[in-house]
Design a protein around this ligand. Structure first.
Ligand code: EPU
Length: 420
């Protein structure tokens, strides 16, 4: 397995182009299953998760072409089940359930397991689709969904930890071809949900309210092919913003959407980072003195759980105490122990991490355990003295397009070391 060798202590300077959003691309690719016509999706990031999703969709019988920055999908004839092993391996693949149910009235997908950040149930996805009229028994580890017809309803989708992003996506996609009107209450408001709704509307769906907690879907008979460009990746942009602040440099984020980043930029400013918007460019510069801040993750428009680990890396460098509370996932602190290897002082108390920042970090070999934890370890490594080797970087390749190339362009001393 490849690893990333980082020689730290170099401030990042320059421009970084923000790629298309991973978490928009995956459900939009799944939504292409809703029509027999061709869909062309642009600004697609080159990520292993995108290739995974392409293979899953191809295993359902669709024609899928992946080119640099673009995926073309034509699901002229598809079957309700695909390659189980592939589907089981990628949690995001659960979003094929809604489109398959809508298009074929039948779907069989492997039940995704938990993952390193928590148990990650799909009860709300299933609840929503059952309310639309599907019967969904779980048999031998498979979700087997069948519906004679799908009927629009009022559906409450809020769960213990708030709304669900992919659950909202799944029910919204299933409802596009249902009879009558579906209203999703306590829907997720993430920009990726809005991007999917806009994509579906361009295909001929009738969806209003996406981006608010109440989404209304008027069912239509059929959807058609479309060309689309996915939104920029707000989590990638936030990661480079935090990296710029942590390394003590100045970075221009090109093509990022400032309106999708308010919670992150507000928190960075509170910490003393200078963040300025200049048209389509966001300039991020470390201020003269940073201060520790507390962070609580929340559903959008709150501070994103997907930037929690990166923010923790920054707080390790700032003198003072900071409390970071994770409210979305139950065990998303695996990066804390690894940061400890670099000399960070972090203790975990229930859903909160207490960081006593300002201790000098020094390079060490560390092990990445999930995508955002890996990004945080890279940020810590960039700011530490000496050499940090981040092992198992396949996690990073799932979600960050050409991360080592982009960092090198910013001046970082980063090298990909091929594994045996
Ligand atoms: N939840 C339930 N029941 C469900 C579904 C979710 O209780 O049926 C709970 C989850 O356990 C969690 C909370 O609801 O506590 C929110 O989970 P959500 O369903 O919103 O997560 P997701 O849709 O599976 C997406 C992103 C994640 C991101 C979360 C939260 C994709 C492919 N994944 O996951 O992205 O962290 O929303 O914003 O869109 C990442 O990119 O690193 C990543 C993990």
């Amino acid at each position: 397995m490849d690893s990333l060798l980082i020689r730290g202590g170099v401030p990042l300077y320059g421009d970084v182009q923000i790629s298309g959003s991973k978490n928009s691309t995956l459900p939009i690719m799944a939504a292409a299953l809703l029509t027999a016509e061709k869909c062309v999706i642009r600004r697609v990031p080159a990520l292993s998760d995108v290739h995974f999703m392409a293979s899953i969709i191809a295993s359902l019988g669709a024609e899928v072409k992946v080119e640099p920055g673009c995926v073309t999908i034509q699901a002229a004839k598809i079957k309700p089940h695909g390659d189980y092993e592939l589907i089981r391996k990628m949690r995001g693949s659960i979003c094929i359930l809604g489109p398959l149910l809508a298009r074929l009235r039948r779907a069989r997908v492997s039940l995704p397991g938990g993952c390193v950040i928590g148990t990650r149930p799909i009860d709300l996805h299933l609840k929503g689709m059952r309310e639309l009229g599907a019967e969904i028994p779980i048999r031998n580890g498979y979700v087997c969904a069948v519906a004679k017809r799908l009927q629009g309803r009022e559906i409450f989708m809020g769960g213990r930890s708030g709304p669900t992003v992919l659950g909202t996506d799944n029910v919204m996609m299933a409802a596009t071809l249902a009879e009558g009107v579906t209203v999703i209450h306590s829907a997720a408001c993430e920009p990726e949900v809005v991007d999917l709704a806009n994509f579906l509307n361009a295909m001929g769906a009738r969806i209003t309210g996406a981006g608010s907690p109440t989404i209304t879907i008027v069912g239509v008979k059929a959807l058609h092919g479309v060309e689309w460009e996915v939104i920029p990746d707000r989590i990638e942009a936030a990661t480079y913003a935090v990296a710029a602040a942590a390394s003590g440099g100045e970075v221009n984020l090109l093509g990022a959407r400032a309106d999708h980043l308010s919670a992150v930029t507000d928190k960075l400013r509170e910490a003393g980072v200078k963040v300025e918007r200049n048209g389509a460019i966001i300039n991020v510069k470390r201020g003269s003195r940073l201060k520790s801040v507390d962070v609580t993750t929340q559903p959008y428009a709150g501070f994103p759980t997907d930037v929690q680990a990166q923010m923790m890396a920054l707080m390790c460098l700032v003198p003072g105490m900071s409390i970071i509370t994770e409210r979305i996932f139950e065990s998303r602190f695996t990066h804390a122990a690894e940061m400890g290897r670099l000399g960070a002082d972090i203790s975990i108390e229930g859903p909160s991490a207490i960081i006593k920042g300002g201790k000098p970090l020094s390079g060490a070999p560390v092990m990445a355990s999930d995508l955002r934890a890996s990004a945080a370890l890279v940020i810590a490594g960039l700011s530490a003295r000496g050499e940090t080797k981040v092992n198992r970087i396949y996690h990073l390749d799932r979600g960050y397009e050409d991360i080592d190339g982009k960092l090198r362009k910013l001046g970082a001393r980063v090298e990909r070391v091929p594994g045996e």
